[in-house]
Design a binder for this molecule. Structure first.
Ligand SMILES: Cc1ncc(COP(=O)(O)O)c(C=O)c1O
Length: 479
């Protein structure tokens, strides 16, 4: 006796729905021709042996198929496959022959979100998970979960949990000199950037941003239908001269300026004091909001980090930041500080998608911040990355002496921007990848799609591993 479609007959609801699995298995056997039109099905006794169920269960399954028109009952002879496939199925089959796929009307990002498992991941400037104080975090989560009758389990606050909003506001005021008028907790910086893009940009509007710049932000602006205007970056950060020229040329079109002034992505250059003032003045005068992405503020290794643009109190600065670099990218908690009328609009927009943040994680982070554990962790991480930065600079120094690369030792950040004169970043990245070294090449980071720069992230790697990766890069660049 041949076996029909092998398919589990177990069901999540247990015995009472087991017949559904058998009916479905028989349907598939008819559909794929194991049981031909007009053919008799095995006897119910035989089927009950095959499926290892009671004969009654088989009879219920057969009854289902009978009512759907898959089989016909022949008195005293059993069940036979119906000569015609049931109409509903025929319709589905006809439909799948003409269905040409979905019409996708919104562009997303083509960049992969995950970190590839490679020996030398120098492409993503991620926080080192080994530094996360798991015991402290576990205690914070436990503390939250053990609270009797806590309102975090039933009250959704669409601005984000009040305790965390307060803790973040206090932290920003004290550590970054930013005094938020209003604050919305988001799923990382990315949700904040995306919400701003949706709220402020109409199709055809322009967004001025640094070139090379942060691809996920560019993707969010483009997804809102905006055109990205690349503004060059030099040793003092965004070129205000070029920005002014772009604004003059595209006068009515530019609706937003996106910048990473503390450590420019990907070069890590800090925007100079003079340019900060010029940028604030120019955009205010033209009525164009600034979206300031201050993603790794604390990791500044030469003196104090420069004050964020938002610390000026200028009304048109929207300040975005995140726990991604401070704890890890899987803690999807970030925030945007802005004027209340904009925050209201973002809250309403967010109701159409993610609605609110996870309150349990928010409560645990608030707990951890109030306890002082968070700042202890940040101080420790900063010390570690400062050491790794110095070691990374030493490793690259040898390549500079050989004339292979050009770079500036960064004042902060989690990566180093290096140029390989005469070598195309796409080719270099492809060859390095074959040797297990991933880098972020300039051709992926800019609108121009080329260049000889690569971003080498050091934060997540022990100095010895970074040195090994640099040695491989040097070999690749030489040949
Ligand atoms: C420029 C920039 N902004 C923001 C982030 C953090 O994004 P998120 O908070 O969505 O993880 C990163 C992380 O790579 C970044 O490089």
């Amino acid at each position: 006796m041949r076996f029909l479609h092998p398919r589990t007959t177990r069901s999540v609801n247990g015995r009472r729905t087991r017949y559904l699995g058998i009916a479905s298995s028989l349907r598939e056997s008819i559909r794929d021709g194991q049981l031909a039109a007009g053919e008799y099905l095995p006897s119910s006794r035989e089927l009950s042996r095959q499926y290892q169920v009671h004969r009654h269960t088989v009879l219920v399954a057969l009854d289902t198929l009978l009512s759907e028109g898959w089989v016909v009952a022949e008195p005293r002879r059993g069940y036979r496959v119906c000569p015609q496939v049931p109409e509903a199925q025929a319709k589905r089959d006809r439909g799948s022959a003409v269905f040409r796929g979905f019409r996708i009307v919104r562009a997303g990002s083509s960049l992969p979100a995950s970190v590839d498992e490679v020996p030398y991941p120098l492409h993503a400037a991620l926080a080192d998970p080994a530094l996360i104080p798991r015991r402290e975090l576990r205690a914070a989560y436990a503390h939250v979960l053990e609270r009797p009758r806590s309102r975090i389990f039933d009250q959704l606050d669409d601005r984000g949990l009040r305790e965390l909003r307060n803790a973040v506001s206090v932290y920003l005021r004290r550590v970054r000199a930013v005094v938020p008028e209003d604050l919305l907790l988001t799923h990382g910086s990315q949700e904040a950037i995306s919400l701003v893009a949706q709220a402020l940009l109409a199709p055809g509007d322009g967004v001025a941003m640094e070139e090379p710049g942060y691809p996920p932000a560019r993707d969010a602006f483009r997804a809102a239908g905006a055109e990205v205007l690349p503004i060059p970056v030099d040793a003092q950060g965004l070129s205000i001269e070029h920005l002014r020229a772009a604004l003059d040329k595209q006068k009515s079109k530019v609706r937003l300026v996106y910048v990473t002034p503390t450590h420019q992505y990907p070069t890590t250059v800090s925007l100079s004091g003079t340019r900060r003032d010029e940028l604030l003045g120019l955009t205010l005068e033209r009525g164009i909001p600034i979206l300031e992405d201050d993603y790794d503020h604390e990791y500044h290794y030469r003196g104090s980090p420069p004050a964020p643009l938002a610390a000026s109190g200028a009304p048109h600065v929207l300040y975005v930041s995140t726990f991604s670099k401070l704890i890890g990218p899987t803690f999807r908690v970030g925030w945007i500080a802005a004027r209340p009328e904009l925050i209201d609009a973002l809250v309403q927009l967010r109701r159409t998608s993610t609605r609110a943040n996870d309150a349990v994680t928010a409560a645990a982070l608030a707990d951890w911040m109030q306890d002082g554990g968070f700042e202890r962790h940040v101080r420790r991480a900063r010390r570690c990355y400062a050491e790794r930065c110095a070691a990374a600079v030493d490793s690259l120094e040898l390549l500079r002496q050989d004339g292979l690369i050009e770079f500036q030792a960064p004042s902060g950040g989690m990566s180093i921007w290096a140029r390989f004169p005469g070598i195309d970043s796409e080719r270099l990245a492809a060859r390095a990848r074959e040797r297990g070294v991933l880098v972020a090449p300039e051709y992926l980071l800019g609108v121009r799609g080329r260049g000889n720069g690569v971003r080498l992230a050091f934060a997540r790697l022990a100095p010895a591993r970074f040195r090994e990766a640099v040695a491989i890069l040097a070999e690749v660049a030489r040949c």
